[in-house]
Design a protein. Structure first.
Lengths: 204, 204
């Protein structure tokens, strides 16, 4: 099965676009939840660049509105940004390899960027899981276990090791692609062997 | 005539992609040369983010190679980055409204990102202008006049006023678009009145 690794944080607005767009027939999505905050902190930033850089931030919200209109994705400017979403990231680790992972991710993202609601409480996550017909209490217990907490920290360390500096980030056949603007390139590269030639040529 | 404003610096690698791609039948390109350095300095940065952020920088060069391969644009990793190109930016002010502006911009960009050569000397600029059959000495005299020097400083101040935070930046019908990844959106918006509706809807 062809596959794409998708590294994301639920607080990241450009990850939202990719979560809503990533599904493709014949390409398996390997979900890689991680915490973007510690990555930014390692660069000496105590917040998102969209908060720290006023001009870039203002532009970003205009861009988000336009991009959502372009792709037909719902959008409401979040009143809190970036939203902390540690619990749903941990739930994504429990969801690994499960058929409900993608739909859970979409529901959490829609809560954040369409409904403008918090994505951190057990109540909110229970509501989403129950809607999906899943054993919410059991999943949340697994997500809040020490083992899962440790796994999320490890995954964030792995993100650093793999030189991830933002989200969303994709890997297809070992090539890294950064940003929703590269999702199509990454999917094409994952799906069409002939593109290997094009990228390989780049190394000469 | 439909038009697009194109704000760029010759040292900017993503501006290179857009300079090579911007030509479209029926859309006038209004060239807006400016100095990106003072904009970055106003954010407290003493260099390009691709130099200051190691991981992002490494990725950027891989991305550039792939993007150039995708668009069929020649590429050689510059041994000096970012290259200072104040003289060609001043020449672009002299070129304002002239039919040779676009071709001059492409030649300068190709010197930087394909030939890996400096873009700051009078010799280099003379060579390009002579190749284009232009009165090089006269143009360089105009470009290095106090009036033109002042105009480049003013244009850079205008960039700040218009909240430009990077290059390339485009304006089409008053909408700002940032980055080579938004060039197609900007051109579409400049060319098709029906898109006004789509963007206007965003304001509701």
């Amino acid at each position: 099965m062809k596959s794409i690794e998708f590294w994301f944080d639920f607080g990241s607005n450009y990850s939202y676009l990719s979560v809503m767009r990533v599904v493709r027939n014949g390409i398996d999505v390997v979900w890689r939840p991680f915490l973007l905050g510690p990555i930014f902190q390692s660069f000496g930033w105590n917040n998102s660049p969209f908060v720290l850089q006023k001009e870039k931030g203002e532009y970003t919200w205009r861009d988000m509105a336009r991009q959502c209109a372009k792709y037909g994705i719902p959008w409401r400017m979040p009143t809190e940004f970036p939203r902390l979403g540690v619990l749903p990231l941990r739930i994504m680790l429990v969801a690994e390899g499960q058929p409900w992972a993608g739909e859970f991710a979409r529901r959490v993202m829609l809560r954040n960027f369409h409904l403008d609601q918090e994505i951190q409480s057990k109540d909110a996550m229970t509501s989403i899981l129950v809607d999906l017909g899943l054993p919410a209490a059991e999943i949340i217990a697994a997500a809040t276990s020490d083992a899962t907490k440790a796994r999320l920290r490890e995954q964030t360390e792995t993100a650093k090791t793999r030189k991830i500096f933002g989200a969303p980030t994709f890997f297809a056949r070992g090539e890294m692609f950064w940003g929703n603007d590269r999702l199509d390139d990454a999917l094409l590269f994952a799906s069409e062997p002939k593109n290997v030639t094009r990228i390989a040529r780049v190394d000469q």
